[in-house]
Design a protein around this ligand. Sequence first.
Ligand SMILES: NC(=O)c1ccc[n+]([C@@H]2O[C@H](COP(=O)([O-])OP(=O)(O)OC[C@H]3O[C@@H](n4cnc5c(N)ncnc54)[C@H](O)[C@@H]3O)[C@@H](O)[C@H]2O)c1
Length: 341
Amino acid sequence: MKEIGVAIIGCGAITRVHLDAVVGSKMARLIAVVDSRKERARETAARYSCQWYEDYRTVLADEAVEVIHLCTPHYLHAPMAIEGVRTGKHVLVEKPVAINVGEAEKMIREAKINGRYIGVSFQNRYNPTSLKAKELLESGQLGPVRGIKGLVTWYRGHSYYAQSDWRGEYATEGGGVLINQAIHTLDLMQWFAGDVVSLKGNVSTRLLNDIIEVEDTADATINFQNGARGIFYATNCYTVNSPVEIEIQCTKASLSLRGEQLILIKDNKQSILVDEDGCNPKYKSYWGKSHGIAIACFYRSVLTNDSGGFISVEEGIKSLQIIEGIYKSSSSGKEIKIKNS
Ligand SMILES: NC(=O)c1ccc[n+]([C@@H]2O[C@H](COP(=O)([O-])OP(=O)(O)OC[C@H]3O[C@@H](n4cnc5c(N)ncnc54)[C@H](O)[C@@H]3O)[C@@H](O)[C@H]2O)c1
């Protein structure tokens, strides 16, 4: 099988997960890593036996590199991805797609113009719990979704924000708990319940006002196109990183996802459908263990020219539209209509 030449830009916290997936893949070969902090790039390259660079444009100029992974701060996603597709690379970008909807729309346009793919790392869609829930919802056996609830109660303290200078500021992170931590849950909620038409929401900073300008707590009441109602709450002010909870109420039964467990509740009886140990001890438990699957799907799509085989920016933009809506609603106090892409 042909091996795709890969370079990874950004050698920070999440990068090990990408590196392990690349070196473990029969579809890809790691050519280089890049970091503007050259010690990080050099150390990472030494561990993974590849080339290293300080300037990402070096890998864009390298014809052997066909796919770039962007593991960089949020504000760099759109400009780097656009430059990537303009120089002929396929791009796999970490979440969020971009720091706002406008930038994500530009990425969609540029990917089309240049005939290249941009995929987004929403790895939690590939969790066994998510896949099984989606399959059951699509089968029709639960009936239509009437309500969906998403709860993210995590902890991010001073040290988390001190580790990386781009976190905690609107210009570089694009937001707080919504765009960084809870975006996976918003992505899953709309993936399960369908397009969002309007919402009313609120954001606030309750714990770390002295060091961050972004929100650490957010909530929303969400109206879906199919008439379902969503309730969403997320905070970085809890004491631990509790498992994310999503409950889906359908007319004939309901589903409860909690961490790596999926339970079906029907006729007052509970059945455990999925119960997995989701943690890879090498990584943070809340990253889950599906990054490798998401990356493999992207590589397979590149190799087989299948634009439907990975999570595209057209999909990834939906959670950003919800997030922008919550910010707008919070500042205006009004219900906000959501434009569906
Ligand atoms: N999918 C997930 O579950 C998940 C989990 C954690 C982080 N992430 C995402 O991964 C991305 C990176 O997050 P992180 O926590 O690893 O951040 P980080 O700060 O630990 O790492 C970012 C790295 O990018 C480097 N960098 C900054 N500017 C650069 C430039 N111009 N050129 C090259 N390198 C540059 C920094 O030096 C740093 O090493 C973010 O988008 C984040 O939201 C996703």
